[in-house]
Design a protein around this ligand. Sequence first.
Ligand code: GAR
Length: 217
Amino acid sequence: MIRIGVLVSGSGSNLQSIMDACDRGDIDGEVAVVISNVAGAYALKRAENNSIPTKIFLHQEYPDRQSFDSRIAQTLEEYKVDLVALAGFMRVLTPEFLDRFPHRVINIHPALLPAFPGLGVRQKAIDHGVRFSGCTVHFVDSGVDTGPIIIQAVVPVYPDDTEEELKDRIIALEHQIYPRAIQLFAQGALEIAGRKVFVRNLVKDASLCLVNPPLDS
Ligand code: GAR
């Protein structure tokens, strides 16, 4: 059973999917603490509803990024977490923070990395005219959304999509792949080799293929 610390800033729907997967036994672990940098984040309410301890650290109250990150790291250590999961946490973590949890910080991002890192990425995908986007769970390194990729899911994008429509399509898959990535971590099934993450006993399907717009049948 791994202990998971979840960092949030917003609504916490991914946090909910992680807590639910733990409750169902789909993750061999438990959420030990939820930390928010936003006082009114709905994610905090979700954690409280699941009787999970919460902490709020407002980045505005710290003189620099190092001291803010150090306070969070200290709390995660106090709760003896094995894994730090960023779930809509809208802050970039310092290398000093990452050094305290080597290969143990993961993030979910609403695009198919390395395409569209950063913010506002669903609208950017629509505006670029791509035919597919999706979501990515990756290990966090010192760059912005650049770390080794664990799992991705793909959805179609249509030129007349609204950002909300694409968001709904993507987040439904986020709620499936984030718990899956965490369970793979919990099982010790992930091995990082440079940029690559090898998954033990991976079932390969080389015929897997998506085309949008579809080919003539
Ligand atoms: C999710 O879509 C997540 O992928 C995104 O924020 C949303 C949080 O939703 N994260 C990022 O954009 C990180 N750069 P949630 O609070 O309902 O889980």
